[in-house]
Design a protein around this ligand. Structure first.
Ligand SMILES: *Cc1c(COP(=O)(O)O)cnc(C)c1O
Length: 435
């Protein structure tokens, strides 16, 4: 029996309604979508470990029974009759598509696969990570609502919380994400959303998901976690208390610097009832071709991210022991302020470390001396990438805010790729020695 294409219960429900789905010998067209595989019990799929889910979850096979996921590069879908079109606009059934902005078979495969990996009921794929962050927040907020957010955020996340939401009457209180007393003081009975990056960009502060979620849930606030640095491999954010997890798929999910993408993960009620209506009418949906790339990315994410994290730890330990830098920051280094929390929450430090060369002049000289590491601003790529946040990704911030966030003039964010660890270390050591 072929591997099932859908872990979600609603297809199973549809299968009960449409007995043709149970004829496994001959593929039958079902409302414009071809089903050619049998349904493996969803309970069984739930017992699969992450690496198995990353390869098999969500697959839908066409009448050709292809092995690799098909790219349904179509914006629209044909209805057999005018009545069928009317019925689908009234209520689309499972795997019944209308328009690619609303959903598409290849995109649905990606949504189901990443949802299975994260342990979420459902997901909505977006055009970029920022479309996911914006969609998760804006789809559920309205004028008068109160949000509490960690201050240490990716530049564009900060722009949404600091500039855009207040413009529409949403009040946002910023806190130090590592300070539980600050969260407790800021969360109010009327707080609607709590937002933070589980590991902050670029200073790699770790927020206690379980503890902050407990405070938020005491007032019925929704916990939205930007989980990019934790990756679906190391994250158990939903299990630890988060209600909604967002990813920039541009980073580790693609993992090879090819495309922008994102995803919002949460309960089926939140994704289909709150997020989908907002996303499908405002246009931030993922393209089918991108979804196909992200699906293939998920197949190798576990191997890639574990190798990158092992190299990142190795580099951090060696550079710290060399003692030539003003600072080496990596969440699973024993010297990191949230080392114990990191190990309890993720059992790994992620694929990014940060170093402080001491000054902007030294940082620029170090960057310019690197031969293998590229100067760019993506992360999670197979290629190792070095970024100077103060003058690029976080340039917009005032000197005072940079100082509060620890974005010092000498700070360099190092996204560790898949190259040989000793080549990366030798390149870094040579650059440091040249200062
Ligand atoms: C990159 C990033 C984003 C934005 O993702 P895009 O795909 O570039 O839109 C959001 N949050 C974090 C933490 C990121 O690193």
């Amino acid at each position: 029996m072929a591997i099932c294409y859908r872990i979600a219960g609603h297809v199973k429900h549809a299968a009960k309604e449409d007995s043709r789905l149970f004829n496994l010998d001959a593929p039958y067209p079902v409302s414009g979508f071809f089903i050619a595989c049998g349904m493996r019990e969803e309970e069984k799929m739930d017992t699969w470990k992450k690496r198995t889910k990353a390869v098999h979850s969500g697959i839908r096979r066409s009448q050709y029974n292809e092995v690799s996921e098909a790219i349904y590069l179509t914006q629209g879908f044909v209805y057999d009759t005018a009545e069928d079109a009317e019925a689908r606009f009234i209520k689309a059934g499972a795997d019944e598509f209308i328009y690619a902005r609303y959903g598409n078979p290849t995109v649905a495969m990606f949504e189901d696969r990443i949802a299975a990996l994260e342990g979420a009921e459902d997901g909505f794929a977006t055009a970029s990570g920022m479309a996911a962050v914006n969609g998760a927040l804006t789809s559920m907020l309205k004028a008068g609502d109160h949000v509490v957010s960690a201050r240490a955020l990716f530049g564009s996340c900060l722009y949404i919380l600091e500039e855009i939401l207040p413009r529409y009457g949403v009040e946002v209180t910023f806190v130090d994400g590592t300070d539980l007393a600050a969260w407790e003081a800021a969360i109010r009975p009327d707080t609607k959303v709590v937002f933070f990056e589980s590991i902050s960009n670029p200073t790699l502060e770790v927020t206690d998901i379980a503890a902050v979620s407990k405070l938020a849930h005491a007032v019925d606030a929704t916990v939205i976690v930007d989980n990019v640095f934790a990756t679906p491999v190391f994250s158990n954010a939903l299990e630890q208390g988060a209600d909604v997890v967002v990813y920039s798929a541009t980073k580790h999910i693609d993992g090879q610097g090819r495309a922008l993408g994102g995803v919002i993960l949460g309960t089926r009620e939140f994704i289909r009832g709150t997020v989908e209506p907002y996303m499908k009418h405002t246009g931030g949906s993922m393209s089918p071709f991108t979804a196909w790339m992200m699906l293939k990315g998920l197949e190798t994410i576990d191997l890639r991210v574990r190798a990158q994290a092992a190299t990142a730890l190795y580099l951090a330990e060696q550079l710290e022991a060399d003692g030539k830098l003003a600072n080496v920051i990596y969440p699973s280094l024993a010297s990191h302020a949230q080392f114990a929390l990191t190990m309890a929450q993720m059992q790994a430090g992620g694929t990014v470390l940060a170093i402080d060369a001491g000054s902007q002049k030294a940082a620029f000289a170090l960057l310019n001396a690197l031969e293998i590491w590229t100067i760019s601003n993506n992360l999670g790529d197979a290629k190792s990438i070095a970024t100077h946040p103060a003058t690029t990704t976080h340039q917009r911030l005032t000197p005072e805010t940079k100082a509060i966030l620890g974005i010092t003039p000498g700070l360099i964010r190092m996204s560790v790729g898949l190259e040989d660890p000793d080549d990366l270390l030798a390149d870094l050591r040579a650059a440091i020695a040249s200062l």
